[in-house]
Design a protein around this ligand. Structure first.
Ligand SMILES: Cc1cc2nc3c(=O)[nH]c(=O)nc-3n(C[C@H](O)[C@H](O)[C@H](O)COP(=O)(O)O)c2cc1C
Length: 329
């Protein structure tokens, strides 16, 4: 069976507008939401409806929760349990100081007993697939990681995603991908690998060592790359639409802004657009210049005008060729 391709949970980025954009090309099997605060969700925060918007494919959506209080997380799980989704994921990997300080994210990995008791409690609240996304841990100790994951497995976790870096490493050092296949052999549940996938070729190669593969930042720069990877994996599969020969980068960037206006509240437009373009602009030669100009704009319409002006000034950059086309060297 083909390895599942997963969109990573990314704060301010993994929302409906991005999912809609990736769906234009297809081939992403599951979409994780950005982390949703359990306490904000159960207290009915003003933006929760946007965080939990299940579109465009609820059956392939995984809600990710972050929190430190077991009762609050359990209440949030009960709430999400009423919604159609592919599963509920717990964030035990975030190493942002503001999250770790509260006892959430990777802090869970410091206490296998506390984490095990949490899963036991959640298992009573939902029959949905319960998964956990984590890092290696506070330190580079593979034996500890295996014991921690076995504990989660024994309490009912059904899939683990490993971003094989320690808490301290954040995005430094290369991810230890060898840990993904080693962890997979040590557990009975599926293991997804995640970290620094650079292109469709690498995705296909890495997919050989895991049950599912999760990608974050590359999907922002290249929302079409899941489709490219599926095609690369099996070029002769006749049951899916062909990948496009080329991408019109201006059209795609403008489409994203339209989707943002359609599916995100006005209060989120500026931050979400800036975040997205800080990755998408890497498709252009003068990426830093364009990012800086965009980051000064607050309105989506002004960002659209800037992108179009750039593509008019550099018409040769507007089209990105994915496959060799007749007449091109
Ligand atoms: C801007 C940003 C926000 C992120 N937010 C989350 C999050 O909400 N939950 C989570 O588990 N991981 C989060 N991550 C980590 C990613 O899910 C992923 O593990 C990491 O980016 C490595 O994958 P990549 O190299 O494919 O981007 C975030 C990463 C980035 C860059």
């Amino acid at each position: 069976m083909a390895v599942s391709f997963l969109l990573a949970p990314m704060a301010e980025l993994s929302h409906r507008a991005l999912r809609e954009l990736i769906e234009i090309f297809g081939a992403c099997d599951e979409y994780f939401t950005e982390m949703i605060s359990a306490s904000a969700l159960i207290s009915g925060g003003p933006f929760e409806a946007w965080y939990t918007d299940p579109g465009p494919c609820p059956q392939r959506l995984v809600y990710q929760l972050v929190g430190s209080d077991p009762e609050q997380i359990a209440a949030a799980v009960s709430l999400l349990d009423t919604k159609e989704c592919a599963g509920i994921d717990l964030n035990m990997g975030c190493s942002a100081p503001a999250i770790v300080r509260t006892g959430a994210g990777v802090r869970w990995m410091a206490s296998p007993d506390r984490a095990g008791a949490l899963i036991k409690l959640l298992r009573k609240r939902t029959k949905r697939r319960l998964s956990v996304k984590l890092r290696i841990g506070m330190e580079d100790d593979f034996e500890y990681l295996v014991e921690f994951c076995r504990r989660l497995e024994s309490e009912g976790v059904e899939r683990i995603t490993l971003h094989p870096r320690t808490a301290r490493e954040k995005f430094k050092r290369r991810p230890r991908w060898e840990y993904v296949s080693l962890l997979r052999s040590a557990l009975h549940i599926p293991v997804a690998g995640n970290g620094d996938i650079a292109d469709a070729q690498e995705l296909v190669r890495r997919a050989e060592s895991c049950d599912a593969i999760m990608v974050g930042r590359l999907a922002l720069r290249s929302p079409w790359f899941f489709a490219q990877a599926r095609h690369l994996e099996n070029p002769d599969a006749g049951n899916r639409p062909p990948i496009p020969e080329s991408i019109d980068l201006e059209e795609l960037g403008l489409r994203f802004l339209e989707l943002l206006a359609q599916y995100q509240p006005r209060e989120f437009h500026k931050s979400r657009a800036h975040r997205f373009f800080s990755y998408f602009c890497d498709n252009f030669t003068w990426a830093t210049y364009l990012k800086t100009r965009l980051s000064r704009e607050t309105e989506l319409s002004a960002m659209a005008a800037l992108l179009s002006a750039y593509c008019q000034d550099h018409p040769e950059e507007r089209t990105l060729y994915l496959t060799p086309s007749p007449g091109r060297a």
